[in-house]
Design a protein around this ligand. Structure first.
Ligand code: HEC
Ligand code: HEC
Ligand code: HEC
Ligand code: HEC
Ligand code: HEC
Ligand code: HEC
Length: 351
């Protein structure tokens, strides 16, 4: 039911006005429910109860090139059944959609991901199947998969070229007759052969929780993991947008597993476990000749006197040394500069 109080009328008239003013040249709406009839207008927005601007505009081109291009609006927004519609409920990422997954021939959903997640270190139960304390700290789908991190599919890790390679397309055409088929499958497979996000982006997802010292303390984690990663060579290179360095997932996900199956380093099956972590560095793509000793390098060092005394004193020593070398040099340069600028200046009184 549409409640017609002053607020609603104001909102709708604002939206309608914005639609008229900002209307782009009309594009045929592809969706069955024709949601884009209204949602294609860039001006469709409102101020929500918390005073934040919410953009309700859906860019059709972006939508059509996203991973969800083939999912209909109402497959996710299942509560919207009539137009004009009531305020929409939150979308449940585990909803089944109309797409059929060919190997199981079942309607598709992300339930498997939820199962992986529940058995990972981010699941609600610990290894003894006891419920964890502070379940509200654990990440749900939308905590990690949010829009600000959306990247078009064409931005990839550098080793792989973005988008569709013309050369490879020519190869598919030798045997397959329909371009539509080739585009669909080529994209489908190649976009999943490598990670979509840069190491910096990945670290940003995790930082929300893992740089929260209080959250870490509540769960017995000893470090601010993203901060400490940032202190290493890997982290510094990631900050400068180097996409070849390992990010959190390259080390924390066991080979061949989904990123949703990360385990605690205390788990003997985890690749980060004391006994297995040598394998991480010696990965073919990283340091193929590395001996397991390389893994003794602390990836998450915090310069803390109690926990890492060696690193602490080493850092203090280097800070002191850098200071004691650079400061005198800078002092000399400064005096030299003064002399150049004021060649005749003197502190002594002229006679
Ligand atoms: C007749 C125009 C129209 C159509 C068609 C339409 N919408 Fe909307 N929709 C709106 C307007 C206007 C708002 C903003 C409502 C408000 O601010 O209270 C909105 C808001 C929304 C919201 C945010 C609501 C909230 O309260 O958070 C969602 C989600 C949404 N629409 C999804 C859909 C989907 C999915 C469809 C297709 C099945 C659809 N809309 C079809 C006009 C439309
Ligand atoms: C794969 C699932 C999925 C599909 C397909 C989808 N949406 Fe959404 N949509 C979401 C999620 C998730 C949100 C975030 C809000 C939430 O958690 O419910 C959202 C939010 C929205 C909002 C509100 C934006 C805001 O700032 O609150 C609108 C409007 C909207 N969708 C319209 C559409 C329209 C129109 C289509 C079809 C062109 C569509 N959606 C297709 C999952 C989907
Ligand atoms: C701890 C953070 C986190 C949580 C929680 C999470 N994801 Fe993910 N997910 C990721 C990351 C990181 C990737 C890989 C992104 C990349 O390759 O750039 C990913 C990838 C995916 C993919 C692509 C396939 C793959 O594994 O690469 C799907 C589908 C997906 N997630 C669905 C979900 C669903 C559904 C949920 C909730 C049940 C969920 N995710 C919860 C972080 C998370
Ligand atoms: C030398 C010929 C040849 C080339 C080149 C080729 N294909 Fe195929 N493709 C086939 C044949 C034959 C089949 C059926 C194979 C079978 O059923 O075992 C097939 C099957 C497929 C299927 C599975 C279709 C289904 O419904 O089972 C996909 C997807 C596919 N090819 C995509 C591609 C893409 C993308 C390229 C380019 C990168 C490509 N193919 C290049 C001959 C080729
Ligand atoms: C080069 C590999 C590597 C990278 C990159 C990496 N980690 Fe780790 N991480 C480890 C290893 C190995 C351990 C096990 C403890 C140890 O040996 O220091 C660990 C431990 C942890 C712990 C538990 C630490 C504790 O104090 O209890 C967390 C949380 C963590 N990592 C999160 C992250 C996050 C988030 C990122 C990305 C910003 C990341 N890691 C990047 C290898 C890595
Ligand atoms: C919404 C908050 C949240 C987000 C986002 C999040 N985590 Fe966590 N993570 C936690 C909590 C809480 C725990 C502790 C779970 C427990 O108590 O068993 C944890 C535990 C871990 C551990 C296990 C530490 C150990 O004991 O070895 C690793 C590894 C880890 N997270 C990696 C990541 C990575 C990588 C990302 C980013 C892709 C990420 N997390 C994103 C909340 C989060």
């Amino acid at each position: 039911m549409l409640r017609l109080n002053a607020k609603t009328i104001f909102r709708w008239s604002f939206s309608l006005l914005a639609m008229v003013l900002l209307a782009p040249p009309s594009v045929p709406a592809a969706d069955i429910g024709n949601c884009l009839l209204c949602h294609k207008y860039p001006g469709l927005s409102r101020i929500d109860e918390d005073g934040r601007l919410r953009l309700l505009f859906i860019n059709e081109a972006t939508m059509n090139s996203s991973v969800h291009a083939r999912v209909k609006c109402e497959d996710c927004h299942t509560d919207i059944k009539k137009i004009p519609h009531d305020p929409a409920k939150k979308v449940d990422c585990l909803t089944q959609c109309h797409i059929v997954e060919p190997t199981s021939e079942q309607k598709f959903s992300h339930k498997e991901v939820a199962r992986f997640l529940s058995k990972s270190v981010h699941g609600l139960k610990d290894r003894d199947q006891k419920p964890k304390k502070h379940p509200e700290d654990l990440p749900s789908c939308k905590d990690c998969h949010d829009n600000p991190l959306y990247r078009p599919l064409s931005i990839f890790k550098q080793k792989v070229h973005p988008g569709i390679s013309k050369a490879a397309l020519g190869r598919c055409r030798v045997c397959h007759k329909k371009d539509e088929f080739i585009y669909r499958f080529y994209n489908h497979v190649t976009t999943r052969l490598h990670k979509i996000r840069s190491p910096k982006n990945i670290a940003e997802i995790c930082a929300r929780c893992h740089d929260d010292a209080q959250l870490a303390a509540r769960h017995g984690l000893s470090t601010k993991a993203v901060y400490s990663y940032g202190e290493t060579f890997h982290g510094k290179a990631a900050l400068f947008l180097d996409e070849r360095v390992p990010d959190c997932l390259d080390c924390h996900v066991n080979p061949g597993r989904s990123v949703h199956q990360m385990l605690s380093y205390k788990d003997s099956n985890a690749i980060t476990n004391e006994n297995n972590k040598g394998l991480i560095c010696a990965n073919m793509d990283c340091h193929p000749g590395a001996s397991p000793k390389l893994a003794e390098y602390r990836v998450h060092p915090e310069f803390d006197l109690e926990r890492n005394p060696y690193q602490f004193y080493a850092q203090v020593f280097f800070l002191g040394m850098t200071g004691s070398v650079l400061l005198p040099i800078m002092g000399l340069l400064f005096l030299d500069l003064l002399r150049r600028m004021f060649p005749n200046a003197s502190l002594r009184r002229r006679k």
